[in-house]
Every structure is written in structure tokens, then in C-alpha cells.
Design a protein around this ligand. Sequence first.
Ligand code: FES
Length: 351
Amino acid sequence: MSSQDIPEENLPAEQDAHGAVGVADDKDPFADPGLPPHEHRVQDIDERAAKRSERTVAMLFTLSMLATIGFIAAYVGVPHDKAIFVFPIGHINALNFSLGLTLGVALFAIGAGAVHWARTLMSDVEMVDERHPIEAPPEVREKVFDDWKQGAKESAIGRRKLIRNTMLGALTLVPLAGVVLLRDLGPLPGTKLRHTMWRKGLQLVNMNTNEPLRPEDVAVGSLTFAKPEGLEEHDEEFQTEIAKAALMIVRIQPDNIKDKRELEWSHDGIVAYSKICTHVGCPISLYEQQTHHVLCPCHQSTFDLSDGARVIFGPAGHALPQLRIGVNEEGYLEALGDFEEPVGPAFWERG
Ligand code: FES
């Protein structure tokens, strides 16, 4: 078969005696690296063979698309607790098996398609190039750009539209497998992070004794931890709720409370603050009764409970949220509503 029958992109621009293509001229000692003569593949000289390869590549990319769709269908449709028997492994989780199988096929088919395309249809002409200094002068960058364009031309991505379109389809669909897995992060939180269990009329319960708190239970200089009435440790949602609703209760002489709003939201000097540090959410537990400072043990953020729990030291970005409290008809401390701002760390940084 003559060179006229070979597609243009598979013809070397300039061949030496060994069939290699060199960018250097004949005087260059590196122009002949001793490569064996170039042998054309059957696809280079037989358009029907090239078409067969093209169909094979397209079939692999199409298989990848189908496998990705199968992955999503399995994720949605296969029960997570169903087991199937797979020889020779035995009984395994059906969902894990289907996800692994379909995603594996989807990725493998893309790789196999790309390899088959490169090995049978893209140009396989041997190239010789010299090593150059690392710096790239403008003419080299221009040459790289030209080479890139030449490579794109030789890949025939513009001419072989079936391969290009199925490859784009496969590469577009494969990331969907990762997107649907985001569902495993759980339901969107909605406004859950902005609100806690606290609401008007809910009594403050001592976390140690599990008894509702009366004002006389809170002495000056003591630190009491409280939770909302009705929240029990065996509740399924206990950890979720207590992580937001835990309170620190202290009693300060009203004359020593510097912040006007704090005084209004307290009862007879008893103030209730979120126990969750506003830095990254550690529970605060150290109280200095002379100064009314509380210290977070994680990174030493210090808050002044006699001055609106403002930050006086450390990385915390804002004051601890205060819970407005009062006393109900039975004489127990109660909340007068939820926190007015989200509790917890700097995710909620309000500048
Ligand atoms: S979590 Fe409290 S200072 Fe970092």
C-alpha cells in the first residue's frame, strides 16, 4: 500500500532513513536515535479497519455512559440492607456490589476507550526531540502551541465525530456518580443550625441532677450546666440537641453586670449563656468566679460573663449567645424564647 492511501494525520512530516521524524536537521547527531523502521498499522492503511476501531471506541464510551446510569439507578433503587450471593465471595451487600461494579465499569470503559483510540487511530509516528533548557522562550511556547494544534489534528477529534461525541458524553456522565453520593452527607440542615430546642416556657433543668432549677439553686460564684426540660439522655436526638442547647448558668450581683441587655435578659442576676464556644464549638467548662470569666479549654478563648460574654482573649470571633430567662408560676427558671442568634462556631461569624 502506498503512502497516498494513508490518512494525512498518520503520515510523518519528514522521515529519516529509519522512518523516524525529527525536528533536528540531518547534521544533528541526535536526528537518528536508532529507532526501528516505522510500521504502519492496519488501521492506517485500511479505512474499514479504522472504522471498526472507531466503533469499538464509541462502544466503550457508550458502555461507560450506561454503567454510570446503572450506578445512579442502583444508588436509588437497591435497598441498602439487601444481600446477594456472589461466587466465590459469598453473601455481600447488594448495594455496595452494584455501586462498585457499575462505577468500575464506567471508569474502565473510559480508560479502555481512550487507550484503544490512542493505539489504533491516533498517529503513532515515532518522534525525535532534543532536550532543551528548562526556560521556554517565546518561540518555543509558540512551537508547543503549534504542536498541540497538530496533536489535536492528528487525534482526528474533529473528523471522528462519533468518538468525540460519545467520549464527551461519557466524561460528562461519570462525575454524576460522585454528585449523587453527596446524598450520603444527609438531609440539608435547613434552619436547624440556626435554632435550638429552647422556646418560651421551657424549664431549665440541671444537667447533673436532672431536676428543674429554681433561682435559689444558683449561688453566686457557682457554675451550673443546664438543658431544656424534656430532653433525656436516652433520646435518639439527645446529642444533636444538647450540642446546640447546652447552657451555662451563673449568678452575678446585678450591680456588677455591665451590659444593659444582659441585665434585662437575666433574672435576679442569674444569666444563661450558650456553653458552646463561638470559635470552633468546644464546650466551655472553666469559670473564674472573681472575674466572671469563662475559659474554653480548646484554644483558650475567654469570655466575660459580666459584660455580655464578650471575647476578651483568644481566637473566638464573637460573644456567647445569651438566653433570655425568667421564672414561671411554680418558681422554676424558664426560657423566654430561643437564642436570638445561632449558637456555636465561626461558621456563623457575623463580622
Ligand atoms: S473552640 Fe473554644 S477557643 Fe477554640
